[in-house]
Design a protein around this ligand. Structure first.
Ligand SMILES: NC(=O)c1ccc[n+]([C@@H]2O[C@H](COP(=O)([O-])OP(=O)(O)OC[C@H]3O[C@@H](n4cnc5c(N)ncnc54)[C@H](O)[C@@H]3O)[C@@H](O)[C@H]2O)c1
Length: 412
């Protein structure tokens, strides 16, 4: 197993030869390097720590280095989050011989530069959402991923909500015909953390760092879920309205709330609304999908449940049925607790690590791929262009590489 280097000097890589990819116990190990130790850095750390204990993986995971901008803070994060060493420069992380996977949890303006360099250095890359802040960066990342794929190097975007058991089950119900043909999709993602005056220092209000405000930050999840659930379909035209807080002393350069209307290639009307100033809503991602055979309802604040309405019973007893998604046969539940002992926000990230590691070790392409991330970015870009043109209907550019939004599901 990789030698423990201690948390001494930041950026201290193990001595050459100390990092072996085949520990004494026999199972090979993948060395992980994590960039960013904020909110997502902590959640991803938990996932790297937990996945091998909950799921059968063909290799060990060695949490070799965590990276931030400040030396002391990175060192403290390494101790707290369980990493073998700390670094204060991401370039040294991607050059380390004991790193196989680079996990990017830095703000979005850095995703492109780090991912392209890591892929060129032969590292597999897991990149937090959104893939990038601009279509140009997303295209460069997609091209780098394409070239790396030819060398067996994998890349994936962290659209974690795909890995919630309830939404993975929703997708199964769409694929097995239970829901029938989708006829309407409405989703909202509402938060209220940006109501206060003291939040303006966050990078999320700087378009050069955070990108397109609530639309880019929250809306990207909804676009990805559309692509995940309605695989094979695509949003082809959008119209968008946005607003930003205009209180005195609080001029914001990015949208705080947005509503997006879309039309899919197969004719499904889609509506998304997002806000970071929706008082009372903490992390409310809600989704309604009506199909020709059944309707589905999901609410992230009740993430262990999926509601299904179907007319397989008499009219007199019809209604939305609340299904508790905690049976061993439900997606991902084989790794967890007995029925009724519920999962939380962090579990989807554990599933994400599981799926990514299985893809890396089986030489399979993970999803959502960078092409999928680019496809989301093209919808967000079209929505912004629409708003800039008086909310005119705007065509979404086709991604240059076809992708159906599939991802590797738990096998059973
Ligand atoms: N999937 C989700 O549910 C979800 C939720 C929140 C955030 N995110 C995404 O995760 C990413 C990070 O968001 P966050 O909320 O963790 O942000 P954060 O501000 O909490 O943490 C950002 C981290 O990046 C580090 N960083 C910044 N510049 C750096 C540099 N040059 N080199 C190395 N490290 C650097 C900071 O030190 C900090 O540790 C963003 O892309 C965001 O959109 C995803």
């Amino acid at each position: 197993m990789t030698t423990h280097t201690g948390i001494g000097k930041t950026g201290q890589a193990p001595a050459a030869g100390a990092a072996t990819r085949r520990p004494p116990t026999g199972k090979p190990a993948l060395g992980i390097g994590l960039i960013g130790h904020g909110f997502m850095g902590a959640v991803h750390s938990h996932a790297w720590r937990t996945a091998p204990h909950s799921f059968e993986l063909p290799c060990k995971l060695s949490m070799n280095v965590i990276c931030g901008r400040d030396e002391e803070r990175a060192r403290n994060a390494a101790v707290k989050l369980g990493w073998r060493s700390a670094a204060s420069g991401w370039r040294e992380v991607i050059q380390r011989a004991d790193i196989d996977i680079v996990d990017i949890c830095a703000p979005p303006h850095l995703h492109g530069e780090i991912a392209v360099a890591a892929l060129a250095a032969g590292k597999h890359v897991l990149c937090e959402k959104p893939l990038a802040n601009s279509v140009g960066d997303a295209l460069a990342m997609t091209e780098a991923a394409r070239l790396a794929r030819a060398q067996g190097i994998r890349s994936m975007v962290g659209y974690n909500y795909r890995r919630l058991p309830a939404l993975a089950l929703a997708r199964q119900l769409l694929r097995d015909g239970t829901v029938g043909d989708p006829r309407r999709l409405h989703a909202s993602y509402l938060q209220d953390w940006a109501c206060g005056p003291d939040v303006a220092q966050s990078w999320r209000f700087d378009p050069g760092i955070g990108g397109a405000g609530a639309l880019g930050d929250l809306g990207c999840h909804l676009v990805d879920l559309f692509r995940y659930l309605c695989a094979g379909d695509r949003i082809q035209a959008v119209a968008c309205v946005q607003t930003a807080v205009r209180d005195p002393g609080q001029q914001r350069d990015v949208d705080d709330a947005a509503v997006l209307l879309g039309l899919s290639a197969s004719g499904i009307p889609v509506s998304f609304d997002v806000s970071r100033v929706a008082r009372g809503y903490k992390n409310a991602l809600r989704l309604e999908l009506d199909g020709s055979g059944a309707s589905l309802r999901f609410d992230l604040e009740r993430m262990n449940e999926l509601q299904l309405f179907s007319d397989d019973v008499g009219v007199g007893t019809q209604g939305f049925r609340r299904m508790l998604i905690s049976e061993p046969g439900h997606p991902y539940l084989s790794g967890w607790w007995p029925p009724g002992h519920l999962l939380g926000f962090e579990h989807a990230f554990v599933h994400q690590v599981r799926d990514f590691v299985l893809s890396v070790t089986s030489a399979a392409d993970p999803a959502p791929s960078f092409e999928d991330g680019l496809a989301v970015q093209l919808v967000i870009a079209a929505a912004q262009a629409s708003w800039e043109c008086g909310s005119a209907w705007t065509q979404v550019a086709h991604p240059p590489v076809a992708s159906d939004g599939n991802h590797r599901q738990e096998q059973r």
